[in-house]
Design a protein around this ligand. Sequence first.
Ligand code: NAI
Ligand code: MG
Length: 367
Amino acid sequence: ASHNLLLLPGDGIGPEIMGEAKGILNWFGKRGIASFETETALVGGASYDACGKAISEDTMKLADQADAVLFGAVGGPKWDGVPYDARPEAGLLRLRKDLGLFANLRPAICYPALADASSLKRDVVEGLDILILRELTGGVYFGEPKEIVTLENGEKRAVDTQLYTTHEIERIARVAFDLARTRRNKVSSAEKRNVMKSGVLWNQVVTKIGKEEYPDVQLEHVLADNCAMQLVRWPKQYDVIVCDNLFGDILSDVAAMLTGSLGMLPSASLGAPDPTTGQRKSLYEPVHGSAPDIAGRSLANPIAMIASVGMALRYSFGLGEAADLLDKAIANVLATGTRTKDIAEKGSNAVSTQEMGAAILKELESL
Ligand code: NAI
Ligand code: MG
């Protein structure tokens, strides 16, 4: 079957890295491993320049109809002054909200060839392969009331509301257990049940789903602050870590830095399965932004974007073997010492965005 992909390159280095992602998709097509139909549209500042909105209704429609969305990056100083609702990030937030992308997957993989680039010791991170699963559409970033009020005595009081329902916790828990089954079969659920009611409910619901629906998957509970400490002490103890929006924001950034450069980190955001087809809405994007400081100079590392394609193969198209092949090609290319500037040692030779893409294609060809 042919898979229908919407490509949203965006701003800054977005179009450069998307070009390399397209090359990878074409290769899988030519090889007959899978066939893709792609459509490309504007998002972010590029869309604002064209139509005054960070994403148009036509593009939203395309995103809704696509099997998956590949997103580059948005933003840049050029759009600093645009109205708040039209700012480049609004395009991404609208996609997340309208597609109901509640599950954010952020793998932290440490390629052996890059283990010395981590801020931790080689033996702590070498071969690391963990996945942080962050709830993305609920919790304290969205809960109401959310306000700053002035009290009678003139003091101000700020309120944010951490709010989770059973349903929201159940659906993210199921994603965590399903993912663990395809990996090392272990889920670590991080919350703060010792001081937060939402942590108590989170703990109860995850426990119940685990017992009733996934008795074969190992489940442990960890306090979120301890989890941050453990991630830096011995991250290989984890497989899938599931947590709420706020803790996930922080823990995924901690995990990211275990592995080296921003230019290497992919992510996926998934929605609920369609009741009839089982297909989930999904968006794949690098963790990094539009890197205006290096845009247009062929300096960007395309690996985060290319690895995001790998996640699409794995999680949207059921092409786990193709995704494994792509990961292997990336690891092999790094092992030969091929580096873009962001991951090269100071003073050593670096390749361009396009040369890195070509090296990965060439490696795929030889595997
Ligand atoms: P950034 O991630 O764009 O850049 C941070 C640093 O990492 C820069 O020095 C950049 O050159 C480098 N870098 C990032 N990706 C790289 C890659 N693939 N290869 C080599 N080096 C890379 O974050 P920053 O500078 O805070 O934000 C720049 C713009 O991007 C802002 O407008 C921001 O709002 C936007 N942004 C967009 C995101 C998205 O589209 N999802 C996420 C984060 C920021
Ligand atoms: Mg963050």
